[in-house]
Design a protein around this ligand. Structure first.
Ligand SMILES: Cc1ncc(COP(=O)(O)O)c(C=O)c1O
Length: 305
């Protein structure tokens, strides 16, 4: 049992050595690439998202992973599905292929499963990566069970050496979990299906409100249907820099959106918007009310039109 973000630190510190090569989905939740890079000293190679088809959906192509695996000697592949920040979700047959690729190359598969259960189509839920002999799964109460404050998560793996090393390292981080938090976590886990069911309903409701807002403002947002999670990562049309756009959103609507650069992307052309909370209808209303002013700034700051 670990705090979820602590799990990333412990698992990567246990499995990796300086100068190892790690392939990580890009963009990503920062710790997934940065711990390997800055804490352990690994070389991190990006498995870049592709924006595919007419609907411009985010997809991680297994073909791209295969190419990376044959170009580098890779010690670990890092995946996260449903994926923060794009809302992409790997398909079960892609996941099987990823496991086969890792097996062929003798690589660890670190799977951040924090949003597992929030696939738009429940049939798309993936198996736990820890079923693979070199797989390490990270899950926790913060996201699907809506309890970020209790700081309870867990790492699962069949690799005994990783378990032993994580146990040793945990003596230098949090030693043991809070008993009070464990009690809350046990209640949440016993009611897992009900909590996830409520969350899925709320997300579906809030996405339809967010979608209406994005459709209304399609002159500046290019969007798609997220396959999972609680975010959308729309592209800004017209060449307005996302970092400038988020400043304007904050100034006129007190909306905090995250620009693509903060997810490690070179292109400053997307923002992440969240729609998982009860307050989404209220926040979208405020955002929509400020759109006229935001669009005036947008036109002034657009690089082309
Ligand atoms: C993909 C992903 N993994 C791990 C975490 C860490 O979870 P926690 O903040 O509960 O430690 C987050 C938090 O946002 C996340 O988005």
């Amino acid at each position: 049992v670990v705090a979820p973000s602590e799990g990333i630190l412990l698992a990567m510190s246990a499995a990796l050595r300086a100068n190892d090569t790690v392939v990580c989905m890009s963009p990503n939740y920062q710790s997934l690439s940065e711990i390997a890079k800055s804490v352990v000293g690994c070389k991190v190679v990006d498995w870049n998202v592709q924006w595919c088809g007419r609907t411009n959906e985010p997809i991680f192509l297994v073909e791209d992973l295969k190419e990376l695996m044959s170009s580098y000697r890779v010690r670990m592949v890092v995946i996260n599905s449903p994926h923060n920040p794009t809302g992409a979700a790997l398909k079960p047959h892609d996941f099987e292929e990823i496991v086969a690729i890792c097996r062929k190359h003798g690589a660890y598969l670190f799977s951040d499963e924090m949003y597992k259960g929030l696939e738009r189509d429940p049939q798309m839920e993936l198996p736990n990566a820890c079923e693979y002999e070199r797989g390490i799964s990270l899950n926790g109460c913060s996201k699907t069970l809506s309890m970020p404050g209790i700081r309870i998560g867990w790492l699962s793996t069949n690799d005994k050496k990783i378990v032993e090393r994580v146990e040793e390292l945990k003596d230098f981080t949090t030693i043991s979990p809070s008993v009070v938090s464990e009690v809350y976590a046990s209640y949440a886990l016993r009611n897992r299906c009900q909590i996830i069911g409520q969350n899925r309903e709320r997300i579906a409701r809030c996405w339809s409100i967010m979608k209406t807002f994005l459709e209304k403002n399609e002159d500046i947002f290019e969007f798609y249907e997220p396959a999972g999670g609680t975010w959308i990562f729309p592209r800004l049309r017209g060449g307005c820099h996302a970092s400038t756009f988020v400043d304007s959103c904050y100034q006129h609507a007190r909306v905090l959106a995250i620009p693509s650069k903060l997810f490690g992307l070179e292109e400053d052309d997307r923002i992440r918007l969240t729609f998982g909370r009860d307050e989404t209808p209220e926040f979208v209303k405020i955002f929509d009310g400020a759109m006229e002013k935001i669009k005036q700034d947008f036109k002034r700051n657009a690089v082309y039109n």
